[in-house]
Design a protein around this ligand. Structure first.
Ligand SMILES: NC(=O)c1ccc[n+]([C@@H]2O[C@H](COP(=O)([O-])OP(=O)(O)OC[C@H]3O[C@@H](n4cnc5c(N)ncnc54)[C@H](O)[C@@H]3O)[C@@H](O)[C@H]2O)c1
Length: 250
């Protein structure tokens, strides 16, 4: 796998070789992308898009692609938090992080799903049943991770919510649900993570966006707007906090 870096844009395309035919990506492929960008300061504030496993264009402008090998940071004994850990991409990311030696606090509101995941992974995966849109619960999770692991090396804001509704039929409640679960949750999680990471001098925050954040659809304006917000929130965080905020865009 390679990371292709367009010279002029802030978008990085994560290319898988040989190119796959256009198809929806598998959660483990998305998770691999998330893990690949963890602790890679080169990617600070960029938006990443999966190329080869999704119907994704090569880059924003399609020009001047330079290829660079992906290097994994040493994750041994690094403490992580993953939100939406009981879901498809979240659980795959947890498995890959634990597989590389990291210790992960898994957050989700699905207690059964969390138990299933942590039972399979042993002592390096712990869980907390929380609502990630509640800042108090998220702050408690950050302190729990720090106390349990002794460090907070990474935080992956992965919770999201997708639905398809034509914009003219879109109820305000559905709009707010998409904004809350996709955008508010990324802000709340990023802030809680940074409050621990900045005093400790390091850490990596990954916000999971979507191709929908750059492409248009008449049926998911609410999701697309929220995911575009996640990507730009992440750029702003990176500008303010330094090496703490890549966004991935499966
Ligand atoms: N699956 C895809 O093809 C795809 C494509 C592009 C982007 N994404 C993004 O990737 C991320 C993960 O997608 P997925 O398909 O794995 O999702 P998923 O639906 O499989 O998992 C989401 C998890 O979040 C949890 N969750 C939802 N609301 C919560 C809350 N308030 N508090 C705590 N936990 C909550 C759910 O219980 C679930 O376990 C999302 O942000 C999604 O928008 C997914």
């Amino acid at each position: 796998m390679t990371l292709s870096l367009p010279e002029k844009s802030r978008e990085v395309v994560f290319a898988m070789k040989p190119p796959f035919p256009p198809r929806p990506g598998h959660p483990s492929e998305y998770a691999e992308l998330v893990v690949a960008i963890v602790l890679n300061p080169m990617l600070n504030g960029t938006t990443l898009r999966l190329d080869g496993a999704l119907r994704a264009p090569r880059s924003i402008d399609g020009t001047n692609m330079n290829e660079q090998s992906t290097t994994y940071a040493d994750l041994a004994d690094k403490g992580f938090v993953v939100t939406g850990a009981a879901g498809g991409i979240g659980s795959a990311a947890v498995r890959q992080l634990v597989g590389q030696g990291a210790k992960v606090l898994c957050l989700d509101r699905d207690a059964v799903g969390l138990d299933k995941l942590t039972d399979a992974l042993g002592a390096n995966a712990r869980s907390m049943v929380i609502d990630v849109t509640d800042p108090a619960q998220i702050a408690e999770a950050a302190q729990t991770a720090l106390a349990a692991f002794g460090n907070l090396g990474g935080w992956i804001n992965n919770v999201g919510y997708f639905s398809e509704v034509r914009t003219l039929d879109l109820a305000l409640d559905e709009w707010r649900k998409a904004i809350t679960l996709n955008l508010d949750s990324a802000f709340i999680g990023s802030q809680a993570a940074a409050r621990v990471m900045i005093p400790n001098g390091c850490g990596c925050i990954v916000n999971v966006s979507s191709n929908a954040g750059v492409r248009t659809s008449p049926r998911n304006a609410h999701y697309s707007a929220a995911k575009a917000g996640v990507a730009h929130l992440t750029r702003c965080l990176a500008a303010g906090w330094g090496r703490t905020a890549p966004a991935s865009t499966p």
